[in-house]
Design a protein around this ligand. Structure first.
Ligand code: ATP
Ligand code: MG
Length: 137
């Protein structure tokens, strides 16, 4: 079955959005197969956003991801990678439709609440980076 990696970023945790975000995935019918609260190190954040190394915002982005606790999750179900991205909305919250997570809760591209894998290969890599196999049910 298809799986994706979803993380509620430090701003989402601080703003009390954990339950709302989890509820959206649950109510759609997706299955939570792994979850933990993690405070990533700067080095770990750089690994997670490895593909963006060299971008002008890379340092700020990885500082931000490592600034506090993150809810790391694996969600399972048909179409979950693509549908998860749809739920999340566009990278820039002001371009996200209302009804999406970023559309409903965020304004700034650098504080956009949530991360979701953007394809099957990234999902595989990100799940392996954040979770040990025995942490996934
Ligand atoms: P994420 O990977 O966090 O789910 P995304 O896939 O929508 O977001 P990416 O292109 O992977 O977007 O960028 C990763 C993160 O980098 C974005 O969520 C955003 O916080 C930040 N980012 C992307 N583009 C910019 C930009 N032009 N200026 C500032 N921050 C940016
Ligand atoms: Mg991305």
């Amino acid at each position: 079955l298809e799986r994706t990696f979803i993380a509620i970023k430090p701003d989402g945790v601080q703003r009390g959005l954990i339950s709302d975000i989890i509820a959206r995935f649950e109510k759609k019918g997706y299955k939570l197969v792994a979850i933990k609260l993690v405070h990533p190190t700067k080095d770990f954040a750089e690994k997670h956003y490895d593909d963006l190394k060299g971008r002008p915002f890379f340092n700020g982005l990885t500082d931000f991801l490592s600034s506090g606790p993150v809810v790391a999750m694996v969600w399972e179900g048909q179409g979950v990678i693509k549908y998860g991205r749809k739920f999340i909305g566009a990278t820039a919250p002001l371009a996200s439709e209302p009804g999406t997570i970023r559309g409903d809760f965020a304004i700034s591209v650098g504080r956009n609440i949530i991360h979701g894998s953007d394809g099957p290969e990234t999902a595989k890599d990100e799940i392996a980076l954040w979770f040990k196999p025995e942490e996934i049910l």
